[in-house]
Design a protein around this ligand. Sequence first.
Ligand code: ZN
Length: 129
Amino acid sequence: MILTIETKSRTELQDITSLIQNAIQRKGVLDGICFVYVPHTTAAVTINESADPDVKDDIIEVINKLIPWQANYRHLEGNSAAHIKTSIIGTSELIAVENGKLVLGTWQGIFFCEFDGPRTRKLHVSFVS
Ligand code: ZN
């Protein structure tokens, strides 16, 4: 299934855990694997702490420092930083599903990572039962 994600900033980590959990319920998956895939070159997906929102803000701050928007990039579109961030973070995650629930640690959440927003994005969610 394809979900739509609306992002609001150039760089943003959006918690999509409940969105994915809802997709599992809608599909009626009880046990298997959930494959989350971002079909974009300037957006990614990652799993990290969702309990304290400061963690995602720290991730954004550090990744922006490591990969500045302005540098001697060749790519004429002007968004090389977003492409590089996407390759570093990655465009997919695999998460186990047990008893109809995502198997995540107590503090873990799934984040859609926007690196060249705001935009309307697609997110593919597939299941292997
Ligand atoms: Zn580009």
